[in-house]
Design a protein around this ligand. Structure first.
Ligand SMILES: [Zn+2]
Length: 188
């Protein structure tokens, strides 16, 4: 009971969602890394979250509740930070949207996006930043049959990625098809 009460991960306090425990302590209490609805990361003491002393990164005072749901995290197509958002959107399309051409290589083969990422772009974003995302890197699944989830994903350069997918494409053909047929069906 006690452990559960003290673990705030995933809970939402006003505009803040708790992502993980910080190494820092506030007096003797736990401090949590939170992501604000506007996209900023910050550390807040648990007691301040529970008492409602801290409700946002500070943006709440500047713009009280007038932000559109779609634009509140600031990463949509409308501004320069759109790339990470479009990566997230691309993953969801590959795994969930059967009308997308690439769905047959992902969703149709049972590759999923984890619930936390699917439901909340900010959770994906905070994972991306904490795992070394930089402009120009692409997301890669370590096990190509595994899901899009924190334990199976990392960031690699485009050239590493295309080398890897070439190799996997060859392996797939070797496994799935007789040798003589493989040469004719490379692009099927
Ligand atoms: Zn904020």
């Amino acid at each position: 009971m006690r452990g559960k009460k003290n673990n705030l991960i995933g809970q939402k306090f006003a505009r803040l969602i708790v992502i993980k425990k910080s190494e820092n302590r506030y007096w003797n209490g736990l401090v949590w890394i939170c992501v604000c609805d506007c996209g900023k990361l910050l550390e807040v003491a648990g007691c301040h979250l529970k008492r409602g002393n801290v409700k946002s990164c500070g943006c709440l005072r500047k713009k009280p509740g007038n932000l559109n749901q779609n634009f509140r995290h600031g990463d949509t197509w409308a501004n320069g930070r759109k790339r990470l958002h479009s990566i997230w959107h691309g993953i969801k399309n590959r795994c969930l949207n059967f009308q997308q051409p690439s769905f047959k290589y992902y969703g149709a083969r049972g590759i999923r996006i984890c619930k936390e990422w699917k439901e909340n772009y900010l959770v994906f974003k905070s994972w991306a930043i904490s795992s070394g995302y930089k402009e120009g890197l692409t997301i890669d699944r370590i096990n190509s049959r595994g899901n899009y989830e924190p334990s199976n994903c990392h960031w690699i350069t485009k050239s590493e990625n295309s080398k890897k997918s070439c190799r996997e494409h060859r392996e797939k053909i070797d496994i799935n098809q007789p040798k003589d047929k493989a040469n004719n069906d490379v692009l099927s």
